[in-house]
Design a protein around this ligand. Structure first.
Ligand SMILES: Nc1ncnc2c1ncn2[C@@H]1O[C@H](COP(=O)(O)OP(=O)(O)OP(=O)(O)O)[C@@H](O)[C@H]1O
Ligand SMILES: [Mg+2]
Length: 154
């Protein structure tokens, strides 16, 4: 399913729609260039799950955990360079747990790390204030493999 949004608010609403379909345990890969709207999408997603904490970009923290109707683990792998760094995050505590959903920005950042995403969200800036948002069930085709459990190689 592909959507176009023309404001942050509209992007939040697409994210809320996705959030409302989840059962718990899902991993969501957020794919798109710098500034595409991955964190903005995550903010709308968390708000829809009743997270009251301020959702900030995890670019520097790497991982933030929020409590809402599900626990939300929000990752940004942009700065990570190796599978070892990913392994050190201890994601097994979160990924696939029925009370938790995971949002992963830059899932493709580390070569050789495979994820199993239940949903891939591809965002792109397609105009001034315009974003195209594609929601794909599964790993999202052949250009990335994202979401789920990190492999130990690499
Ligand atoms: N329709 C729209 N939907 C979402 N964001 C929009 C839209 N139009 C403009 N923006 C702006 O685009 C920017 C998106 O930034 P955001 O931090 O969400 O991107 P990101 O994909 O997480 O980037 P990064 O890769 O650096 O983490 C924000 O400044 C937001 O205000
Ligand atoms: Mg971001």
């Amino acid at each position: 399913m592909t959507y176009k949004t023309y404001s942050v608010r509209e992007t939040h609403s697409i994210a809320a729609q996705l959030a409302s379909t989840l059962q718990g345990g899902e991993t969501i890969a957020l794919v798109g260039e710098l500034g595409a709207g991955k964190t903005t999408f995550s903010q709308g997603f968390c708000a829809a799950l009743g997270v009251t904490a301020t959702v900030t970009s995890p670019t520097f923290a790497i991982m933030n955990v929020y409590e809402g109707r599900f626990r939300v683990v929000h990752l940004d792998l942009y700065r990570l360079k190796s599978a070892r760094e990913i392994a050190a995050l201890g994601l097994e505590e979160y990924l696939g747990q029925p009370d938790t959903v995971a949002l992963i920005e830059w899932p493709e950042a580390v070569d050789g790390v495979q994820w199993n995403a239940n949903v891939t969200v591809r965002l792109s800036a397609t105009g001034e204030g315009e974003r195209t948002i594609e929601i794909i069930y599964g790993n999202g085709g052949d250009t990335i493999s994202a979401g789920g459990e990190a492999s130990s190689e690499g």
